[in-house]
Design a protein. Structure first.
Length: 139
């Protein structure tokens, strides 16, 4: 059952993210929430700490949506699931402009399944620079 519940969380996360529903995707996370990317460790202790990346994505990359292409469980336990994930990002004209690979850890905290940790390897090395800078500045 844990794999199914964890998969539903990822699907719900992307649905909320693509709808720019900040509260929706924050509610799909467990805290502290950790992002590992580009040599940085970004930690949100609570939902209000998580900086919404969508304005940056829209302004810098003309982002419109992200679609999961692969969500493969690599470790499954009663209280957490590790997924290998691959997703594409698309511009408003429908063109795919990048692919992201990573490992997401979905955990069950007191009955709430949520994304606890995302380790991402963007194929475009500069993709997360502004987000990382803003995160570290607390903006």
């Amino acid at each position: 059952m844990s794999e199914s519940e964890a998969r539903q969380v990822v699907e719900k996360f992307f649905t909320a993210f693509n709808a720019n529903d900040v509260d929706g995707f924050r509610s799909c996370m467990n805290y502290p929430h950790i992002i590992l990317t580009r040599g940085s460790v970004l930690i949100s202790q609570e939902p209000s700490d998580f900086i919404n990346p969508i304005p940056i994505l829209k302004a810098q990359q003309n982002w419109d949506r992200s679609l999961v292409k692969l969500l493969e469980p690599i470790h499954v336990a009663e209280d957490k699931v590790h997924f290998k994930i691959v997703f594409n990002r698309y511009r408003s004209d429908g063109t795919k402009y990048t692919v992201l690979d990573g490992i997401w850890v979905i955990t069950n905290q007191d009955g709430h399944w949520g994304v606890q940790c995302r380790s991402m390897i963007p194929r475009d090395p500069g993709m997360f620079e502004e987000f990382i800078d803003r995160y570290q500045d607390g903006q």
